[in-house]
Structure formats: structure tokens, C-alpha cells
Design a protein around this ligand. Structure first.
Ligand code: MLT
Length: 411
């Protein structure tokens, strides 16, 4: 008899964004004439930068010729891309990362999910609450979360670090010391950030406790404040305690192309049950060589073009466009009296719902009354109840229209 991985039975019914997609599809079926504006999932809407498109066309052409054809590539990514990453994303910020500390992949969602493979099941995991659901779900699948308590909305073995307006979205050190600490900065879903000084305290904490920080900086391209770090490695000592995940999805519109990378410094160690040190870079390399055959050549050539002068200019224009949308949302909501967070160093705007309104009730109201889709805060964790997320990744026209529609509803 075939047995299943029963950890999957501990997962909540459906992945947040699939639940939303189903609700929206049902609404559209019922009201086919209504124009639905989607500011829910953080998916980009501008076309790819031309520099990337041209590079991918050329790469496809390379594959059509005998002399430049490529079969399997290196599991860790091609040198042409890893070298650019080292130079532009790190050296230019004074960070010394080596090429073999970079692992190119098919996106940060996969990497943040797959990373759990290299850690023991009995590690204590801390997540901020609210949180990007992938961190929690993948720890549940691999048996680290324990049972779900439907009364509290929490898993018994997970350490929740609430981030709400009460603590200005800065997580506090938990009373129980975690082994694995997930930090996403700029934050998804709240759009809030930590300064270098605030992040440095986490590096120090992880060092003291021999914990690891799993640092997701998928949204770093949206940072405008000079005192907000783009990489955790801007903090001294972070190479000994942190893995960093980077994505080209939001930076360069690669949500459909799929490419990102993970940095695992060689100085970073984990421990066996008997206390022996093991280099995590080696472990991840071993994992990738077995389970992954590398991101496609065409994709990586497209990603390489992000680092050309032309590519950088085009990408900057797209980011500026989304930043303007964020401003439209922030000011639009403030004008009608909402308290809003985020949207300055991030493409997400996190609004506090007035009068004790619940997240899913607001979701339904917005969809049914004005056909606008957002993401209910509670979908990201119990502390997200009473909040709601809007994304700046829509078109400018739709963003303006959505604000006009939201202004009409009574909350
Ligand atoms: C989000 O909306 O939170 C993101 O688009 C999801 C993702 O990056 O996978």
C-alpha cells in the first residue's frame, strides 16, 4: 500500500493565491461584463525590458547552430551570469562574494522552498507574522511545523514573530531561541523595512545563538532609503549567519521567465547532531546537483542582459513606473482616511482596516462591490488579520481606476 507524506495533511486547504484566483474566477463567471482590476498577487504587468528580450532571442539563435549549441548547463548557473552578479550586485556595494557562492535557479520561490532540504527536521523555525506563505508551507511539508491549531491560526512548533503597527513592523527576538529565522526585507506582505542598525541586531543574535537567517531580498530593487540594506551582507559578519535569496521576478519582470539566485557563503556553517561543523555551501551544491539541472541557457542570457547599461536603464524605468503606482495607492487610500504602511521601499501597500473589519470580509466587499482584487492580510498569518495588501504591479490606468472605485465604498 502506497503511503503518503502525512505532513501535507497539516497544510491549510489551499495556497493563498490559488484560493484568491478561484474566488475571482467564480466572480468573473457570474459577472462576465464586469472589468475586474487585479491588485492581488504581486505579478508584473509591464513587458520585459528589450535588452533581455533581444538577449534571449540571440540565445535561442545560439541553440539553433551546431557551433554554439548548448546542452545541459552547470547546475550552479553559467559563469557569464554569476560573474555579473558578483560584480554588480555585490562588489559595487563593497561586498565580497565569490562566484562559487552564487547558485542561479529558476526563481526565489523554488529556492526559499527547497532550502529546507538541507536542514534537520528538529530545527526550531521562526517566521515573521504575517509572512510570505512559502516559508511556512515548505516547513510544514517537511515536518517541522507540527499540528495546526485552528483556534489560534498557528502551528504548534513554529515560532511566530508578530509584525504589526504596534511594534512598527519590527520583529522582536522570540523568547524561545530559533535555529532558522526567516526575514523578508523589504517585507512581503507589509512593504516595511528594517534599517542597517536594526538588521545588524539580528545578525548579532544569530551569531550568538548559532542560528541561521534565511534572508529573502526579492524586493531590494524597490528600496529608496539609503539606510535600508539591499543585501544582508552589507552587515558585518552576516556571511557567517545568512543565506540570501534574490529574484529577477520583481526586479526585471521575470515572473514568467523564471530566474533568481541564492547566495550561500562558504563561511556559513551548520552542525550535525554531535556538533560537527558542515559547510552549507557544499550541502546545497550537492542538493542542486542531484535535484536540479540548472536554469535554461536562454533564461540566463536574458538575466545577464539585466546587468548591461541598456538593461539597467530599462529596468530602472519599469521600477520607477511601479513606484509611482505605489504612490498613487498610498495617497489615494490616505485621502479617504485609511492608515497605510509600506509602498515607499516596496511594491506592496499594507492597509489597516478600520472598525474591526476582517481581512476576508474586506476582500469580498471589494470584489463584489467594486470588482477590485487585493490580498487579505490574514492569509499571510494571524497577525495579518484586520489588514489588507495591494500591489503596485498593475498598470497605471488600472491603479488609478482602482483607487477611484475604492473611494466609493463604505467601510
Ligand atoms: C506575492 O504576491 O506575494 C508574490 O507575487 C508571490 C511570489 O512571489 O511567489
Amino acid at each position: 500500500m502506497i503511503k503518503i507524506n502525512e505532513n501535507f495533511l497539516d497544510l491549510q486547504d489551499s495556497y493563498l493565491f490559488s484560493t484568491i484566483a478561484k474566488k475571482v474566477a467564480k466572480f468573473q463567471e457570474e459577472y462576465p461584463d464586469k472589468k475586474v482590476i487585479k491588485l492581488g498577487i504581486g505579478d508584473v504587468t509591464l513587458p520585459l525590458a528589450n535588452a533581455c528580450v533581444e538577449a534571449m532571442k540571440k540565445a535561442a539563435d545560439d541553440l539553433s547552430k551546431k557551433e554554439s549549441f548548448m546542452g545541459y548547463g552547470p547546475e550552479q548557473g553559467y559563469d557569464f551570469l554569476r560573474e555579473k552578479i558578483v560584480e554588480v550586485d555585490f562588489k559595487s556595494r563593497g561586498i565580497d562574494i565569490e562566484k562559487d557562492e552564487i547558485f542561479v535557479s529558476d526563481g526565489a520561490k523554488c529556492d526559499t522552498g527547497n532550502i529546507v532540504d538541507i536542514f534537520a527536521k528538529n530545527n526550531k523555525v521562526a517566521i515573521t507574522d504575517p509572512v510570505y506563505p512559502v516559508y511556512l508551507d515548505t516547513n510544514t511539508m517537511s515536518g517541522r511545523s507540527g499540528k495546526f491549531n485552528s483556534k489560534t491560526g498557528k502551528y504548534e512548533n513554529i515560532i511566530y514573530m508578530p509584525c504589526t503597527s504596534e511594534n512598527n513592523f519590527e520583529p522582536s527576538f522570540p523568547s524561545e531561541v530559533p535555529d532558522m529565522i526567516y526575514l523578508c526585507l523589504p517585507n512581503n506582505p507589509t512593504g516595511t523595512v528594517l534599517t542597517k542598525e536594526q538588521l545588524a541586531k539580528w545578525v548579532e543574535y544569530a551569531k550568538k545563538n548559532k542560528s541561521i537567517i534565511l534572508f529573502d531580498s526579492a524586493y531590494e530593487a524597490f528600496i529608496t532609503d539609503p539606510n535600508v540594506p539591499h543585501s544582508i551582507y552589507e552587515i558585518e559578519g552576516a556571511k557567517e549567519v545568512a543565506i540570501e535569496f534574490r529574484s529577477f521576478s520583481k526586479t526585471a519582470g521575470f515572473t514568467g521567465v523564471r530566474c533568481g539566485y541564492t547566495v550561500i557563503p562558504k563561511a556559513l556553517k551548520g552542525y550535525t547532531e554531535s556538533g560537527e561543523e558542515v559547510t552549507l555551501n557544499k550541502l546545497w551544491n550537492r542538493r542542486q546537483c542531484t535535484k536540479f539541472n540548472g536554469a535554461s541557457y536562454i533564461t540566463q542570457r536574458g538575466a545577464e542582459a539585466i546587468y548591461t547599461e541598456e538593461g539597467r536603464k530599462q529596468i530602472k524605468e519599469n521600477i520607477t513606473y511601479y513606484q509611482e503606482n505605489a504612490k498613487i495607492i498610498r495617497t489615494g487610500l490616505q485621502e479617504v482616511g485609511f492608515t497605510v504602511y509600506g509602498g515607499v521601499n516596496a511594491p506592496y501597500i499594507w492597509l489597516k482596516l478600520p472598525n474591526g473589519v476582517k481581512s476576508w470580509d474586506f476582500f469580498d466587499k471589494l470584489l463584489n462591490e467594486v470588482a477590485v482584487v487585493g490580498t487579505p492580510g490574514v492569509g499571510f498569518g494571524p497577525s495579518g488579520e484586520g489588514y489588507f495588501r495591494l500591489t503596485a504591479f498593475g498598470s497605471k490606468e488600472n491603479t488609478i481606476e482602482a483607487m477611484e472605485r475604492i473611494k466609493k465604498i463604505n467601510v
